[in-house]
Design a protein around this ligand. Structure first.
Ligand code: G4P
Length: 310
């Protein structure tokens, strides 16, 4: 299924969420542990307002455990935010979510008042699987493609504790090109505007910088190539993706790398750290400021030009 983040989809999801928000005491956002920043919904800050938030770093079996610890510490340092790492490999941890919800709302809990939690997440982060684990039966529809959760569900987790599953399709945070590539390489977004080979080049460059040993071990890259193109070329030669004339089939070699990242053959990999995201965000803000300044300068120049003609 191709995912297109149409304004119509976004508007519908926003409207549906806003309708149920007044009843909600706490928000649970499911993210992908390999990319906790890029897989969050950009509306989350606005949605939660000052409600407590539990960030779930899901699929943590696929993420680098050390980096996940960095993310947990980073997220927990934020106001009224708690965070946990989850994986289907260890469903028992998911069962601790009701207790965590109650801990974050001590007043309501002590007064025995009903607690309403809202769960949200962009497609394919494993929200339906998690809901199934929480309720112990197949209430949420789990498909093998990112799908729209049809119709809002209110799920009783425990006596006096309800989970609202947000309907509508939420979109990821593609504030810069890198976030888009990270979503694509982890297959969080299965069909993107990005070219398949470009995704592999992005991944190869990232692995060269952050996980060179994995490349060396898996693809016998000794010495380690300097560029991402050389990495893909070496994978192609090693795996026999060579056309007549000895030219490497980059498309086939790219597919091998992407598949081996996605199926964890290359090990657990995280695609962003809090420090990397802070750097990128700073750079992004500077770029935006430069663009605005350039636009203003052009406007000013045009204005002066018109005055001089008069
Ligand atoms: P969604 O509701 O957020 O869209 O996601 P959903 O639960 O449908 O899960 C999306 C995919 O992620 C599913 O794989 C699911 O099995 C997988 N998944 C969910 N939780 C985890 C986890 O903790 N670790 C790993 N490694 N994978 C997880 P699929 O390939 O689409 O289908 P299938 O594997 O169930 O056949």
């Amino acid at each position: 299924m191709a995912i297109n983040w149409y304004p119509g989809h976004m508007h519908k999801a926003q409207k549906e969420i806003k309708e149920i928000l007044p009843q909600i005491d706490i928000v649970i956002e499911v993210c992908d542990a390999r990319l906790p920043f890029s897989s969050e919904n950009p509306m989350i800050t606005e949605i939660r307002g000052d409600k407590p938030l539990i960030k779930i770093l899901n699929k943590s079996d696929l993420a680098d455990a050390d980096v996940t610890q960095l993310w947990l510490a980073y997220l927990k340092s934020q106001q009224k935010v708690d965070a946990i790492a989850l994986t289907t490999d260890n469903p028992a941890v998911a069962k601790s979510i009701p207790a965590l919800i109650r801990k974050m709302l001590p007043n309501k809990d002590q007064q025995g008042k009903q607690i309403n939690a809202m769960i949200m997440g962009i497609p394919n982060v494993g929200k339906s699987t998690l809901i199934n684990t929480l309720v112990g039966k197949a209430k949420a529809k789990v498909g093998n493609e990112p799908a729209v959760t049809k119709g809002q569900q209110r799920i009783k987790l425990e006596e006096g504790l309800y989970l609202y599953d947000t309907p509508g399709m939420l979109w990821p945070k593609i504030i810069n090109e890198n976030s888009g590539y990270r979503l694509a390489v982890t297959s969080a977004v299965k069909d993107t505007a990005y070219d398949h080979d470009d995704i592999a080049f992005f991944a190869a460059q990232y692995l060269l910088e952050h996980y060179p040993k994995r490349l060396i071990e898996r693809y016998k890259l000794e010495p380690l190539p300097e560029t991402e193109i050389e990495v893909i070329e070496a994978i192609g030669r090693l795996r026999g993706c060579v056309r007549s004339g000895g030219v490497v089939d980059f498309h086939k070699a790219s597919a091998i790398l992407i598949n081996e990242i996605r199926d964890k053959t290359l090990g657990a990999i995280s695609f962003e750290t809090p420090a990397l995201i802070e750097d990128e965000t700073k750079h992004f803000i500077e770029l935006e400021a430069e663009k605005v300044a350039e636009r203003e300068a052009r406007k000013l120049k045009r204005g002066r030009g018109r005055k001089n003609k008069r």
